[in-house]
Every structure is written in structure tokens, then in C-alpha cells.
Design a binder for this molecule. Structure first.
Ligand code: PRX
Length: 656
């Protein structure tokens, strides 16, 4: 269906009645479009009054701030709440542990059903303090970068928070990344400390992460200490004195450690993400602004209330896990579900069993998982009591209207709000999404901007703002908001060039968008060479350079192709050096080795040549059309150096 049709003809879904019924649901924080618009206008016209007030109400400050905002996009020197001092863990743990130590902070749903565990705020505080003391004893100090490579277990969250307790930054690496990727991130951050576990268990599969860490550390001279948590108890190699056992270390230390109060702008963490060149970027988030938006979006976008059980299924290795498994729910004193398994283990009912068992009120996942479960059919869902759910949400990639409707009707049973949240690692928290009781939804649209997010659509060619309501172009933001990333670690120039320079005076999202006649936003996808596979961001350049590093490979072209299940999938075209031979299996292994299993291409085509212009530029557009079987729309081929190549490539693709 063409985008224009979706945008203009899309049905409006009302706010489910039961969300506005005080006998069935808590009183919404924002309950009308008028209330949303009033607050939104205030947040744009007077951002300092707006965010200053929320920051005083939401966070506990050791030293109050005086200046709400300084700096701008032009100079790339944004800073919020300048004089303020605070500690993220005091805000996420202590204050709730003091008031309500027995409240459950984390519900851990282990890979094997039935092995769940609950951790109260009182316990969490003691666990975080013990680990913080142990890390301190091993030399971790404010400003150090600790790399975390951990399974989805409570100790991962404890590790995040123990770093933040000391004012150290965490750099969490998703365990789907290979030893080489992990090494690159450790080296870029010059990490001296790594926290890991023996193994990851997921869907009964095992990932031997301690081995991966050992492999990664072969060329990481900076690393002095590796804390190893025992998750499965399998025998692992142990390199003394570099490696220490988590369980042995924490026994030595008392369960209280005073928090290091840091400046509002001191960094809280680094998170590496893919850009349009091969080298991942260490996105840096600061303490106060990030935490404030994590908590504020949780409150308003998810209409979070005391007693809610927040079930975000994302891995803690991605930004969604950081913001909506860890910092958002804990900053609000909520209960967060940490899900270690997969939606299909042991059966495609797993999510719904978990919702019913823990009485989850908010369920948050990615469109790929929704599409996957849709395929299995509703019999896996209908037999479970999902009546606790109020809000069901989606993130990471555009959700197609069909999947949206299925989510609404089958999972939400027409009584839950579907919240499509559009955001990025760099934005820190969601920036376009409906508010459940105030903004009517349209399947496939993330709807309207959050407070403080001043959106504009630019003509991609002229770079001028399109001032009509209906618009199509690149999505940019006019003013800073508190959780915008402040820099790329050790590469501020790249930060400026990527986000602030393309359109002077604006933050450039890298996405193109349609704004419909109601002012609703429809994200259409990236305009750069970043592809989105199952909500995971991968750069084509990163995959190309992984393949190029193979000794037999001469040239590669990687493209993203739309895929019914995963949103997009990776297709790679490879030419080999003269007199060299290799096969698809080996090239697949090469990518798994250099990046990690999640970046595995759906197809690799070994071809004799790549389509190029006469000046030698690879014509990826032509490859895209060949893959999508649109060879009648190849466009202008007059610059193609060898027109016969097209037929050869078509045959290759059709026979693979
Ligand atoms: O292209 C957009 C897409 O994912 C990109 C950001 O990826 P990442 O930094 O990994 O963060 C993902 C989780 C926040 C965006 O530039 N994207 C994210 N959410 C949506 C989306 N595209 C459409 N709709 C969404 N809801």
C-alpha cells in the first residue's frame, strides 16, 4: 500500500474506554489532547521553565542547579542543569529503598520457565553497594569506563548501577557481538575493567561469553581486571590475577557504599552504535538529562503509575534496555521485568505466560517479534489471561499497519493502547509517540512529538523547512532536549559532522518522514547507509569492511532489502580476487567473527563483477532493484560500465 494512502486514509483509533474509567485504570497523567497541546506548547516556547520544573520535581539533587540550559546546536556545546550535582543510583535505588525497601524492583524471568527471582529495592541497594565497593577496591574511579558484557540477569543491572554509584561510565556491549567487535569497543574506550559472566543461556542455547572475552582481550593491553559472574557454573578458563570471581569479591565488602555525587553533565554511560561508516560510534549520555527524560517519558508516554509492572523485552545491550529496562523504571521507583529468554522458548506462548504470571501492565517489544508471533497464530495467546495489560508498545523499526492492528486486537483485545515509540540511541528516550489517554492513534504512525521535541521536516534537496502541515522529507529537531547525546567518545568532530552539520542549526535524525494532514509523523526509514534488521541497527559499511578483511575478497556491496519478518535484511554481493576461491559459508563465518551472529546476511552472492559507474562508483541502487525483482525500473544505466552485467546478476540472484 502506498505511503500516501496510509497517511491520509488511516483510521483513527480512539483511546480505549477502560483506560479512562477510574474503576478500571489509574487516573491518566494526561487525559486529553488539549492538555497535551498546552503542555507541549509550553515545553517548546519556554523549555527552560518547563524542564527546570520537571527536573526539580523528578530528581533528587545533592546540589541544586541554577542554569537549566546552555549551548546550542550551532556550537555543539549543549549542557543542561549546569551547577546541579546528583547520583544516578541515589535516584534509581536509595530513595526508593529508604521509603519502601520491600518493594520489588526487578522481576527476573530466567531462560528456563519457573526459575524467576524477585529483587526488592532494599536488596538491590545492598547488592549495588557491595559490587561498587569491590570495584572500588580494584581501582575503579569516577570517569573510568567499565565494559559490561553480560547475560540478561539481575547482576547485569547491578553492574550498571555499581558503576554509576562510583561515577564510572559503563559501556555495555550486546552479547550477540563477536570477540572482535567487543575488542574494538574496549580499545576505543580504553577500558581498564570488564564485567562478564561464564555463559549466556538463551532459548536453551549457550553462548560462551567468557571465552569470547578472553579472545577479545588478547589485544587489549588496557584491561587490568575482569569480574566474572557465575551464571551457569560451567568450567571456564581463568587468568590470574586478571580475572576475579564476582561471588568471591563481593563477600569481602560491606553492603553500603556512599554515592559519588557527580555534576549533571558528567557522563553516565557510553553505548556504541552503528553509523554510516565502518567504525562504531561511542554515543555518550550524561547523568541528569538522560535520567530525567528516561523517567519523564516513562511517566507520560507509558502513563506509568505506582504499582505498575513494566515489561520491556529488549536486551540491556541496546538503548531500549538501558532506558526502559533499567533507568526509566527504576528512576520512577517501579518494578521492571528482566526477560532472559526468547519469545519462542519453550513455546510461542512464552511472552504471554510471562505477562499472565507477573501481571504485567506494560508490554514493550519490537515489530519483528510482533510479526513473528502473528505468524504462529492467536491460539498461543488466547489461552492466557492478559487482563493485567494496559499499554502495549513497539520500538526500533516502523510497524506495519497490519501488525499494529493484530497487536491491538489480539494482544491488546481492543482495550489496550498501542504506543509506537520512535527514537534512537542518540535521543536517549522516546521522542515521537502517542500519549495513551490523550492522542488518538493511527496504525503505523508514531503520531506526535513528546514534550520539548521541536520537530521540523526539511526538503532533502534544498534543506529548507517545509512549512505546510503535510510534508515529506528529512526529520530534524530544532532545539536541544535534556537526553540528547552530548558527543561521540573521543570524536566530537564526528558528532558535529553527523548530527549538527548536515542541516545547520538542527539535529539531524538520519530518518525520512511523512507528516500527514493531521500533523502525524510516519517514519519511512533511514536516509543513510544504516539498515535496520529486527530493530537492530547495522551499517552497510561495517559489514562491507568485515567482508573486505577476508583475504580472498576483492570488493563488496551490501544493501538492505525489505523483509516481511525482520523489516529489512542484509544482502551482500562479493567479488573475489583473481585466482581465489571461497564459499558463502566461509564468508558468513567471516561476518559472525568480525561483527557477530546477529549481523549475518540473509544472502551472500559471489559474483564476477559489481555494477559500477564509469568513474568506478558501485551502483547499489541497481543491486536493490535486482533483488526486489524490479529490473524494469533500473533507471538510468547510461553510466554503467558494463551493461551485460545486469543479466548475469539477475541470473545469479534468481538461482541463489
Ligand atoms: O530508523 C529509526 C529506527 O531505528 C533507528 C534508531 O536505531 P537505534 O539507535 O538502534 O535505536 C533503536 C531503539 C530506540 C531510527 O533512526 N526506529 C526506531 N524506532 C522506530 C524506528 N523507525 C520507525 N518507527 C519506530 N518506532
Amino acid at each position: 500500500m502506498p505511503a500516501e494512502y496510509l497517511c491520509t486514509e488511516a483510521e483513527l483509533y480512539p483511546v480505549p474506554k477502560c483506560l479512562l474509567d477510574p474503576s478500571l485504570s489509574p487516573t491518566p497523567h494526561i487525559n486529553s489532547i488539549e492538555q497535551y497541546k498546552k503542555l507541549y506548547d509550553e515545553s517548546i516556547k519556554s523549555p527552560t521553565e518547563f524542564w527546570g520544573k520537571i527536573a526539580r520535581e523528578t530528581l533528587i539533587w545533592a546540589t541544586p542547579f541554577q542554569t537549566v540550559l546552555s549551548g546550542d546546536f550551532e556550537h555543539g556545546d549543549i549542557a543542561w542543569f549546569l551547577e546541579g550535582q546528583l547520583n544516578a543510583t541515589y535516584n534509581c535505588v536509595d530513595r526508593h529503598a529508604i521509603k519502601n525497601p520491600d518493594k520489588v524492583a526487578i522481576i527476573y524471568e530466567a531462560d528456563e520457565p519457573g526459575q524467576d527471582r524477585k529483587i526488592t529495592y532494599g536488596e538491590l541497594l545492598r547488592d549495588v553497594c557491595r559490587l561498587a565497593n569491590a570495584l572500588k577496591a580494584h581501582g575503579v574511579r569516577k570517569g573510568d569506563i567499565v565494559t559490561i558484557y553480560m547475560p540478561m540477569i539481575p547482576e547485569a543491572i547491578i553492574a550498571f548501577l555499581a558503576c554509576a554509584r562510583l561515577g564510572a561510565l559503563h559501556s555495555v556491549v550486546f552479547t550477540g557481538f563477536s570477540a572482535e567487535s567487543l575488542r574494538g569497543r574496549i580499545q576505543d574506550a580504553s577500558s581498564k575493567f570488564v564485567i562478564t559472566a561464564d555463559e549466556v543461556r538463551r532459548g536453551r542455547k549457550t553462548i560462551y561469553i567468557k571465552n569470547i572475552v578472553d579472545d577479545a582481550l588478547k589485544e587489549c593491553s588496557t584491561v587490568e581486571r575482569v569480574f566474572v559472574f557465575r551464571r551457569t557454573g560451567s568450567k571456564v578458563s581463568f587468568i590470574i590475577p586478571r580475572d576475579v570471581w564476582w561471588h568471591e569479591e563481593i563477600q569481602k565488602y560491606q553492603p553500603y557504599c556512599s554515592p559519588e555525587f557527580v555534576n549533571a553533565e558528567d557522563p553516565l554511560f557510553l553505548l556504541y552504535t552503528s553509523g554510516s561508516t565502518g567504525k562504531p560510534k561511542g554515543i555518550l549520555h550524561t547523568t541528569a538529562g538522560y535520567l530525567l527524560c528516561a523517567a519523564t517519558t516513562l511517566k507520560y508516554v507509558f502513563d506509568y503509575h505506582e504499582g505498575d509492572i513494566f515489561g520491556c523485552m529488549a536486551d540491556i545491550g541496546w538503548i531500549t534496555g538501558h532506558t526502559y529496562v533499567v533507568y526509566g523504571p527504576l528512576a520512577c521507583g517501579g518494578t521492571s521485568v528482566l526477560f532472559e529468554s526468547t519469545p519462542l522458548y519453550p513455546t510461542p506462548s512464552r511472552y504471554w505466560e510471562v505477562v499472565a504470571k507477573h501481571k504485567i501492565t506494560h508490554f514493550y517489544t519490537a515489530p519483528t517479534a510482533i510479526r513473528l508471533l502473528h505468524r504462529f497464530g492467536r491460539e498461543y495467546i488466547d489461552c492466557h489471561d492478559l487482563s493485567s495489560l494496559r499499554i502495549i508498545a513497539s520500538v526500533g523499526e516502523p510497524i506495519d499497519p497490519e501488525s499494529w492492528k493484530w497487536y491491538y486486537e489480539v494482544v491488546g483485545r481492543n482495550v489496550c493502547s498501542v504506543i509506537d515509540t520512535y527514537w534512537q540511541t542518540e535521543t536517549g528516550s522516546t521522542i515521537i509517540s502517542p500519549l495513551p489517554c490523550a492522542i488518538l492513534t493511527k496504525p503505523g504512525s508514531a503520531t506526535l512529538p513528546f514534550f520539548g521535541i521541536d520537530l521540523a521536516v526539511l526538503d532533502s534537496i534544498t534543506g529548507k523547512e517545509i512549512t505546510t502541515t503535510e510534508a515529506e522529507g528529512v526529520l530534524v529537531i530544532r532545539q536541544p532536549w535534556p537526553s540528547i547525546a552530548r558527543t561521540i567518545y573521543n570524536d566530537h568532530n564526528r558528532y558535529v559532522n553527523t548530527y549538527l552539520k548536515p542541516y545547520k542549526g538542527y539535529y539531524f535524525t538520519g530518518d525520512c518522514v511523512i507528516r500527514d494532514r493531521d500533523g502525524y509523523y510516519w517514519i519511512r526509514g533511514r536516509v543513510d547507509d544504516v539498515i535496520n534488521v529486527s530493530g537492530h541497527r547495522i551499517s552497510t559499511a561495517e559489514i562491507e569492511s568485515a567482508l573486505d578483511a577476508h583475504p580472498m575478497v576483492a570488493e563488496t556491496a551490501v544493501i538492505g532489502v525489505s523483509d516481511e519478518l525482520t523489516g529489512q535484511s542484509v544482502h551482500a554481493f562479493v567479488t573475489l580476487k583473481p585466482n581465489c576461491s571461497t564459499d558463502v559459508k566461509e564468508l558468513t563465518l567471516q561476518i559472525r567473527k568480525v561483527i557477530g551472529p546477529f549481523a549475518t546476511p540473509k544472502k551472500i552472492y559471489i559474483v564476477s563483477d559489481l555494477p559500477k559507474t564509469r568513474s568506478g562508483k558501485i551502483m547499489r541502487r541497481v543491486l536493490r532493484k535486482i533483488i526486489s525483482n524490479e529490473t524494469d525500473q533500473l533507471g538510468d544505466l547510461s553510466t554503467l560500465s558494463d551493461p551485460n552485467l545486469i543479466n548475469i546478476l539477475v541470473d545469479k540472484v534468481n538461482s541463489s
